[in-house]
Design a protein around this ligand. Sequence first.
Ligand SMILES: NC(=O)C1=CN([C@@H]2O[C@H](COP(=O)(O)OP(=O)(O)OC[C@H]3O[C@@H](n4cnc5c(N)ncnc54)[C@H](O)[C@@H]3O)[C@@H](O)[C@H]2O)C=CC1
Ligand SMILES: O=C(CO)COP(=O)(O)O
Length: 345
Amino acid sequence: MTKIAVLGAGSWGTALAMVLSENGHHVNIWGNMPERIEEINQKHTNEHYLPGVKLAESIIGYTDLEEALKDVSFILLVVPTSAIRSVTKQINALLDDKQKPIIIHASKGLEQVSHKRISVIIDEEMAVEKHSGIVVLSGPSHAEEVAKRDITTITAASSSEIASQAVQRIFSNNYFRVYTNSDVVGVELGAALKNIIAVGAGALVGLGYGDNAKAALITRGLAEISRLGMAFGADPLTFIGLSGVGDLIVTATSVHSRNWRAGNLIGKGLPLEEILENMGMVVEGVATTKAAYELAQEKGIDMPITAAIYRVLFENARVDEVVEELMLRDRKAEHSTSKMTAEEE
Ligand SMILES: NC(=O)C1=CN([C@@H]2O[C@H](COP(=O)(O)OP(=O)(O)OC[C@H]3O[C@@H](n4cnc5c(N)ncnc54)[C@H](O)[C@@H]3O)[C@@H](O)[C@H]2O)C=CC1
Ligand SMILES: O=C(CO)COP(=O)(O)O
């Protein structure tokens, strides 16, 4: 039996713990909220994050990280992006160089200020001799639907094929299909940046725009995600895959999405602080908008939708006002086909 530690006892960590435990693995789930860990151990539920869902009794909750990591051969990090660095530091301090687990992360975002991808942060904080590879798990996957065993497809990306195949093996079953991918940059950027577009899509619906507007935002959103990704060496094919258009569709069209819901309330005129306070779960797209906006400015990459959403979130611009600005930008050709062109744009 494979022993796995899931670090982060929120919606996604809990849903992924369920998949792993159904696949016959021994799952330790670690969280920073003692009352939720007690609920997982006593009642086998995590009502705040996955209401009405019964968890396997074999999933054991921990508040002590050292205990949760004991003898595991995989560590799945699924805390908000803002907590990745500190949690990775703690793991690194607790592991010796004999255990050598595979490190997986399933979070979606970019670090504030440094604008780094999550696997880069993990790589910086984990001594290379203490692990057997870093794998990114990403794709169109609402926790609520995975917890109901709805059909889900996802990708496991790593520079180590052995590690990505091992991750594919532990997660795969008849409702959770995992592909492997070697484009870590593209998979992580697709995952992080789609949340920005989901905020925008929610805002459009909140303001009463129609299906044409939604399709325009998603398609042109994907164009700018790909443009940034290609400038960082991502494979353009990744953006028409699960962690590109797949995740963009599922996030930008669904009421399950916290990013879409936050955007929707912005479109309806509610203040951002109030929305974030009441969500009760992480809305990665807000911080990611800031990081991506700054990154695009720094690298001279044209990301007009991201810039528009930045203005709404951080400069109090109105949604209808930025929509008008986007529509009246300079006329352009639809495609920039080569990496060179994307970088020069
Ligand atoms: N919910 C979903 O359907 C999916 C979420 N994700 C990604 O997974 C990541 C986590 O999201 P969710 O589980 O949905 O968020 P959530 O808001 O449901 O739960 C986050 C959990 O992390 C805990 N946490 C926060 N800071 C921590 C720290 N320093 N140490 C330990 N625990 C800490 C919180 O207490 C909470 O239990 C995000 O990056 C999100 O984008 C990815 C795919 C699907
Ligand atoms: O990443 C997700 C689905 O793939 C979940 O999106 P939200 O964080 O917007 O809920």
